[in-house]
Design a protein around this ligand. Structure first.
Ligand SMILES: *Cc1c(COP(=O)(O)O)cnc(C)c1O
Length: 458
């Protein structure tokens, strides 16, 4: 007989979370002006706002924290991190940064200039922000299947090579400083990129002389999907798959708050000495000396261990399969979710879930608020509020999809928590026809309004 699945770790330290009543939550969310970012974490039972920096560290990581070497220059913890980054990614040069967007800031300061274009597969929003801030343009070359939630494709993060070649043919080489390959593709819902696509994209980049950089925030989860879905890699270890993935690029930026299994940190790694030299100038200006760059020694030590743990199959299986577990439960109950389920989050399709709420009353936000009121679960709206207004007309931009994202922190909740989340969502789904009205905005910032928006119930 086959025994049930069980996690490859046990719990050494716990953090209590608070239950609350329906009456309390109704009051708290009203005080928060129906913006979930305004809630205090003690007012939340299960926090699925993000998987960024919210995971749990292991005993070995905490042990390394005690051993942290806080020397300004030449710290042992830096050496440990560099050794592990070299072994795991194959990249020789390392610049630590305080988080992922700082790595983007340093690298792009060295490479991206006004008028440039940077092709990629749905750039992450901070990546796009750092490109556009330099008056350059991010060009999305993701395959068309990515935007159709009803078709199954095992690698929806893939780059469309025809779209990419068109970019290479349209713009002069001097205006294409690099291609950015995001693994897994967060913007498309945590969808992976296949090894075949990485290899072919790399070949195309090489034939046009364009450097390929990875946005590696979720590189280990991407490697897990390659192992599970790409036949030739079935028997390879995650570490071998990771090494091969990165061998097709010139370097990477990393948000260590994801697959680094730490609460804060990031880095740039590259094999290109010239790019490394250019980037160190900006690293020193923006982040700190090159052997700490915005991280304390103890945090570099914890990251060194985290990278090793994140590239072990047993860990990745527990992580990704927990997300799939919740996804399967919801699908079995008929709840409309984006498919296939990605590596780090579930996306509820609010257009199908609450079509009775008018779009200009922010139906995805209304659904996210309802999940909080009913079950104390915090998710995040990825819909009209996030999409901001058209800067020219001042009208709301209505994206194709109105989503509510439930991002699962790493090694933090048990499957009992997932059962609870599924039960709450199922109950809200049962009563969805009662939802007729949503919210109106009473205050919003000119850009990135979703963080500070204030709403009123209609
Ligand atoms: C989170 C993330 C970033 C930015 O990293 P921060 O650590 O939040 O600054 C960049 N790219 C991707 C794909 C991410 O998920």
């Amino acid at each position: 007989m086959e025994f049930p699945y069980a996690e490859p770790f046990k719990i050494k330290s716990i953090e209590n979370i608070k239950r609350s009543t329906l009456v309390q939550r109704k009051q708290w969310i009203k005080e928060a002006q129906y913006n979930l970012f305004n809630l205090k974490s003690d007012q939340i039972f299960i926090d699925l706002l993000t998987d960024s920096g919210t995971g749990s560290m292991s005993d070995n990581q905490w042990a390394e924290i005690m051993k942290g070497d806080e020397a300004y220059a030449g710290s042992r913890s830096f050496d440990l991190l560099k050794t592990n980054v070299q072994r795991i990614t194959g990249y020789k040069y390392l610049i630590p940064t305080h988080q992922g967007r700082a790595a983007e800031n340093v690298l792009f300061s060295a490479l991206v200039k006004e008028g440039d274009v940077v092709p990629g597969n749905s750039h992450f929003d901070t990546t796009k922000g750092h490109i556009e801030f330099r008056k350059a343009k991010a060009i999305d070359c993701t395959i068309d299947e990515a935007s159709d939630t009803s078709v199954f494709h095992p690698f929806k993060g893939n780059i469309d090579l025809n779209k990419l070649e068109k970019v290479f043919k349209t713009y002069p080489k001097e205006n294409i400083p690099m291609l950015i390959m995001t693994v897994t593709c967060n913007t498309a819902g945590g969808q992976p990129v296949s090894m075949k696509n990485i290899r072919e994209t790399s070949e195309l980049c090489q034939s046009y002389g364009i450097p390929l950089f990875f946005d590696g925030a979720r590189f280990a989860e991407n490697a897990y999907f390659i192992k599970k879905r790409e036949d030739a890699y079935k028997h390879k270890t995650i570490k071998d798959i990771v090494l091969e993935m990165f061998s097709y690029g010139d370097g990477m930026t990393m948000s260590a708050k994801k697959d680094g299994l730490v609460n804060m940190g990031g880095f740039i790694a590259t094999n290109d000495e010239n790019i490394y030299n250019k980037a160190t100038v900006f690293a020193i200006m923006y982040e700190g000396f090159i052997t700490y760059g915005g991280m304390s020694g103890r945090d570099m030590g914890a990251l060194a261990i985290g990278l090793d743990e994140a590239t072990e199959f047993d860990y990745l299986e527990s992580r990704v399969e927990q997300v799939q577990y919740l996804g399967r439960k919801l699908m079995a109950a008929g709840v409309p979710v984006q498919q296939p389920i990605g590596g780090h989050a579930i996306y509820l399709d609010a257009n199908k879930f609450v079509p009775t709420i008018p779009r200009d009353q922010y139906r995805a936000q209304a659904l996210a608020v309802e999940l909080y009121i009913v079950g104390g679960i915090r998710a995040v709206e990825i819909g009209t509020i996030l999409a901001d207004r058209d800067p020219e007309t001042g009208n709301n931009r209505y994206p194709d999809l109105e989503l509510v994202r439930l991002a699962i922190p790493r090694r933090t909740y048990t499957n009992n928590h997932m059962d609870y989340v599924a039960a709450v969502i199922e109950q809200v789904y049962q009563t969805r026809h009662e939802a007729k009205t949503g919210y109106e905005i009473i205050y919003e910032a000119p850009i990135l309004r979703h963080f500070t928006v204030k709403l009123r119930k209609i």
